[in-house]
Design a protein around this ligand. Structure first.
Ligand code: HEC
Length: 151
């Protein structure tokens, strides 16, 4: 039963991917979830959990970062975002989607979604050293400690 369910969910992901490609080639905007699956999940995994110690999780900490102005644009300036083959409108939607989908518990109450102007200005300033920027304006990655112990 379990194996069958696993196969079923694999087929569903494949279906979403095919659907996303079909919609993309017809010029219709794909949903943020589909764009995430197409352009981000290869590294960050479909559930956004990342792949320690090389690829960071997209859960929880990004919400906390939104309290620091210098970190709003950071989300669009990391190479995986800035260089994704989607336009500014779609990238903005993906970033706001992952903030509300994976970070709802840690987003500040007065969080204002990223605007397309903000994302387009930020992504033009690609970070050559994303880890250095993160360390200066936020904190280094910690792949060891569960997030609750950071607070
Ligand atoms: C080729 C692998 C790869 C892809 C594809 C990718 N990323 Fe990443 N991402 C990384 C790595 C590695 C890092 C760590 C910083 C660095 O070295 O770029 C990162 C860092 C990030 C961060 C910062 C996380 C933090 O805690 O500091 C965000 C946000 C992010 N990626 C979003 C995205 C989004 C959105 C997409 C899709 C549009 C995407 N990434 C696609 C590999 C990838």
């Amino acid at each position: 039963m379990q194996a069958r369910r696993r196969i079923g969910s694999g087929l569903m992901s494949l279906l979403f991917l095919v659907l996303g490609l079909a919609l993309g080639s017809n010029g219709f905007a794909a949903s943020p979830r589909i764009n995430y699956l197409l352009y981000c999940s290869g590294c960050h995994l479909p559930g956004g959990q990342g792949n320690a110690p090389n690829v960071p999780t997209l859960h929880d900490e990004l919400g906390l970062m939104m309290t620091v102005p210098a970190m709003r644009g950071y989300l669009a300036r990391v190479p995986g975002s800035a260089q994704a083959p989607i336009d500014d409108v779609d990238l903005t939607a993906v970033l706001n989607w992952l903030l509300t989908e994976f970070n709802s518990e840690t987003l500040p109450e007065d969080f204002k979604p990223l605007s397309v102007d903000e994302v387009s200005a930020a992504r033009a300033r690609l970070l050559a050293d994303p880890n250095g920027y993160r360390e200066t304006h936020w904190k280094p990655y910690d792949f060891q400690t569960p997030l609750t112990e950071h607070q």
